[in-house]
Design a protein. Structure first.
Length: 240
């Protein structure tokens, strides 16, 4: 496990931010199958109308193994780590086994923990227009899409008020090893408060009070043969 700590420390020294979680190098190479990037702060559906920033409950995130059966007797350590994420024999479990065989430093639960931190970091940085923090975390196509959205927003004189409330659930939903590139897709069910204001301070999108229920599927990729431990966010999808 010391290897993971070294990786997290190196990444956050480069990013020069103060964090309280160890983030495994999130986010590797483009795969050529990326979905179009999206603006994280549009088309959000507000939840219950009486929710507010001053009266909200932050739910504890469900762990990835809440609904997964334990590994069978005699299972190896790798099998047990995989079983905490996906039932034995499923396509996801098979793919995770392939990735772990190709990258001995890969641990599914550590990856989910890192992806959880990466999600909050990325959406918060986007709201702030912090391109410097975003760049080492995103694949080229996703980064270009985010930068374009930030530029359009700034050209209109718009600002974003943003508050990350918490996660309802974070789970791995797909994985694959294609050639030398590992891909892992994670489903995030989160609660955000976000509002975009124009030059006059009027809300033009979102809501500054209501909590929005958001479901995203993000895909991270990494060249498992590379000495660079970083995974890159290469595709995003918002589930309506």
């Amino acid at each position: 496990m010391n290897g993971f700590v070294d990786i997290y420390t190196l990444i956050f020294l480069v990013l020069a931010v103060v964090i309280f979680f160890k983030l495994r190098g999130v986010l590797g190479q483009r795969t050529g199958n990326e979905r179009p990037p999206f603006d994280p702060f549009t088309r959000r559906k507000a939840s219950e109308p009486d929710a507010s920033a001053d009266d909200k409950v932050i739910p504890l995130p469900r762990r990835a193994n809440d609904d997964v059966a334990p590994a069978p007797a005699g299972a190896t350590a790798d099998d047990q780590r995989i079983a905490a994420i996906a039932p034995a024999g499923t396509p996801l479990a098979t793919a995770l086994g392939q990735i772990m065989a190709a990258d001995r430093n890969f641990d599914p639960q550590q990856f989910i923990d890192g992806a959880r931190t990466a999600y909050e970091m990325i959406v918060t940085s986007f709201a702030r227009g912090d391109q410097k923090t975003l760049k080492p975390l995103l694949g080229r196509e996703v980064y270009d899409g985010f930068v374009s959205a930030i530029g359009d927003r700034e050209s209109r004189g718009e600002t974003v008020e943003f508050n990350f409330v918490g996660f309802e659930k974070v789970e791995m939903v797909d994985a694959a090893l294609k050639g030398g590139t590992a891909q892992v897709s994670v489903k995030f069910v989160s609660k955000l408060i976000s509002a975009t204001r124009d030059k006059a301070g009027e809300v033009v999108d979102g809501d500054p009070v209501h909590i929005a229920d958001v479901t995203d599927i993000w895909t991270f990729a990494r060249d498992v043969g590379s000495r660079d431990p970083n995974w890159l966010l290469v595709a995003t999808e918002t589930v309506e």
